[in-house]
Structures are given as C-alpha cells and as structure tokens.
Design a protein around this ligand. Structure first.
Ligand SMILES: Nc1ncnc2c1ncn2[C@@H]1O[C@H](COP(=O)(O)OP(=O)(O)OP(=O)(O)O)[C@@H](O)[C@H]1O
Ligand SMILES: Cc1cn([C@H]2C[C@H](O)[C@@H](COP(=O)(O)O)O2)c(=O)[nH]c1=O
Length: 211
C-alpha cells in the first residue's frame, strides 16, 4: 500500500516543467517534507540508457511503435526501481512526465492511437497513476522559443519535430484533460516563472492537504 503522494508534471516542450519542479522540490524539502524528484524517460541508470537511444538525433529511422515501447519500458523500470519504493517510504514523488506524455506524443501526435498506447502502458504501470498531474499549458511556439533561447540545453530527436507535431501534442493533452478533469490541474505556463511557480505551489499544497 502506497503511503506517499505521486505528483507528475506534464505539458509541451519548453513549458517550464523542469524549472518549476526543481523550485517546488527545494521549497518542500526546506519545509521538512521528504521529496523525491525525478524524470521520465530516465531517472535511473537503465532508463537513462533507454532515454539516450530514444532521443538520439541520429536514430532517424525509429519506428513510432518502437518509440512508444521504449518509453513504456523505461517507465516500467523507473517505476519499480525508484518511484514505488519512494512512495512506500512515504515520500512526495515529483516526476517530470509520466504516462500522459506517451498518450499525447505517441498516441495522439504520432497517431498510433490513444487506446493502443494506453494499452501497452497499462502493461508497464499496472495500476499506478498519479494522484495529481500539473499540466503546464503553453502555445508550442512559445515553448519552442524558450528552448531555443536556452543554448545550454540538449536538442533531442523530439525537439526536431515540426511545429504541426508540437501543436498536435498540445491537442492530445487537451483530450487528456477532458477525460481526467479531477486529476489533471491546469497551469498557465505562459506567465513569468514567479507566477507559474505560485500556481503550481498552490496546487501542490492543496494536494498534500487532501491526501
Ligand atoms: N515561465 C517562464 N518564463 C520564461 N522562461 C521560462 C519560464 N519557465 C521556464 N523558462 C525557461 O524556458 C526554458 C525551458 O524550461 P524547462 O526546461 O523548465 O521546460 P520543460 O517544460 O521542462 O521543457 P522540456 O519538456 O522540453 O524538457 C529554460 O531555459 C527555462 O529557464
Ligand atoms: C515520457 C515521454 C516523453 N516524451 C518526449 C517529450 C520530450 O520531447 C522528450 C523528453 O524530453 P524532456 O526534455 O525530458 O522533456 O520525450 C514522449 O514523447 N513520450 C513519453 O512518454
């Protein structure tokens, strides 16, 4: 039985998820909470190796279903090796992306099919779902612009997809929000870092209170 609280961050590339998750983790730790901050794909050695394969710009021939299966495999390993143990220890788990990313990117934007991608992910996650998902909403143009301004950041294979793809990703998230109104909480990520942080902080503190 999980004792902790599983919180995920989702949204288009460049929305500011990593920035805000880091700030939230620091704040919660300073307040005495036990927090485990992690990311997908990655977060542990095996999943980071899978991440490198998925996001390698030179893997131009990767099939969409292969991509979906690799994300699901990385997710499975990360879940059993890192997320579930942390939840069992009672920690607040802040995870940068989870299964909703696969639904939005592979299921919807790559057009594999939302149900098909959900089905392989059910195999990977069994019944573990986040209690709360912070959805960082932003126009893809603005997110990509932020990424381009950040010269230190890796440019990965997914970043190289065209604007139409990134717009479809956002549409995929809209669909997920419609289907999961209680779990997925909206954040206007186009605002300043301080404003976005404040929205996210309020939602997290409420989630902790509701636990
Ligand atoms: N609210 C904001 N306003 C302006 N710039 C921001 C804001 N939030 C983050 N940034 C900047 O935008 C860039 C992308 O931010 P970040 O890496 O946190 O986004 P992300 O959602 O995690 O992206 P990805 O999913 O592509 O990894 C960084 O350079 C970051 O400093
Ligand atoms: C988990 C997951 C991720 N993606 C995409 C989303 C991003 O473009 C990259 C990961 O990069 P980030 O800098 O860590 O955000 O992968 C995806 O397509 N499907 C997924 O399940």
């Amino acid at each position: 039985m999980n004792q902790g609280i599983f919180i995920t961050a989702e949204g288009p590339d460049g929305a500011g998820k990593t920035t805000i998750i880091q700030m939230l983790a620091e704040r919660l730790i300073a307040e005495g909470y036990e927090v485990m901050q992690t990311r997908e794909p990655g977060g542990i050695e095996i999943a980071e190796q899978i991440r490198a394969v998925i996001l390698d710009q030179s893997n131009t021939t990767m099939d969409a279903r292969t991509e979906a299966l690799l994300y699901a495999a990385a997710r499975r390993q990360h879940l059993v090796e890192k997320v579930l143990p942390a939840l069992e220890m009672g920690k607040i788990v802040l995870c940068d992306r989870f299964v909703d990313s696969s639904i939005a990117y592979q299921g919807y934007a790559r057009e594999i099919g939302v149900d098909e991608v959900w089905s392989i992910n059910q195999f990977a996650i069994e019944n573990t779902m986040p209690a709360v998902t912070l959805y960082f909403d932003i126009e893809p143009e603005k997110g990509l612009e932020r990424i381009n301004l950040n010269k230190g950041r890796e440019v990965n294979r997914l970043d190289l997809e065209d604007l139409a793809f990134h717009k479809k990703v956002r549409e995929g998230y809209m669909l997920l929000k419609e289907r999961n109104p209680d779990r997925i909480k909206d954040i206007d990520a186009s605002k300043s870092i301080e404003e976005v942080y404040s929205q996210a902080e309020n939602l997290i503190l409420q989630a902790i209170k509701d636990k």
